[in-house]
Design a protein around this ligand. Sequence first.
Ligand code: ATP
Length: 314
Amino acid sequence: NRERSVMHLLEVKNLKKSFGNIEAVNDVSFTVPQGAITGLIGRNGAGKTTTIRMLMNIFLPDSGDILFQGASAGIEFQEKTGYLPEERGLYKKLKVLETIFFFAELKNKSKKQIEKRAIELLKKFDLFDRRNSKVEDLSKGNQQKLQFICTVIHEPDYLVLDEPFSGLDPINTNILKEMILEFKRQGKVIIFSTHLMEFAEKMCDHVVMIDKGKIVLSGSILDIKKRYSHRNISLVYDGDISFLKGDSMIESIEDYGNYTGIKVKEESDVQNVLSALISHKVNVRSFIANDISLHEIFISLVGADSENNEKKEN
Ligand code: ATP
């Protein structure tokens, strides 16, 4: 089907993978669009890494298909992809610049071909001064930045990044985020896994939510938000809103600390919630009608206990 193969880079169909009794990936199907960032999101143990490993041909699925541009995915996808594995694998005794050359060579790129780019990337990540340090002398965050550079040094068309932000401080997180967005502007396709909803929400065009080995939701973020935001209010406030809890116009209230999600009943008007807040002298800092966060959608689909798990394992 030509039209579909143009639209999608990858089509994952009914993938299954078990380890003994554990159904790590259980009948997972989703598509990865061209020219976009796709987020594979879910809490720890959801099956993200196992799915990614099958995309990268590290694990063979027990059953199911992966199509690359409409045809059965073979070595071609791997060759065109920069893959950042979850388990970080760098040689501790090698120096930083040598490490980059080593990874480039694995992808048939000579030192000469990539040296300029390597220096550029090292500077961008504030690692240039460490270019002659041994990997083992770098902090964990710096090792991770180096591994990312090694992932992209051969200028792949596609990026598959397993939890790329884990272990990075806010400044480096931001540098990495900017770089991923820059790759998107260059037309590259990016797939990354994360358990951080806020990140997925801000960066991705398309999300695939996975829980306990199954897809709970997938599609474009805009479509998904449109679908779930009806009658929902995103509220940021100072004061006491406990009076709303028993109010007849309210269906549910979810307090997330930084903001509160309020769902009003079908027959209620969201504007009445705003008037009630004001008449109760609540200091409303932000009130957005018909808006919902990805986090709220996720919790509404997989249950509140997953939120606790997520926090515990963070
Ligand atoms: P995390 O964010 O914690 O890495 P994840 O979503 O990437 O989670 P997976 O690593 O894919 O999840 O794990 C899914 C399930 O499969 C888990 O229950 C895990 O323990 C199990 N699992 C994964 N790899 C193996 C393996 N090689 N052998 C046995 N069990 C495995």
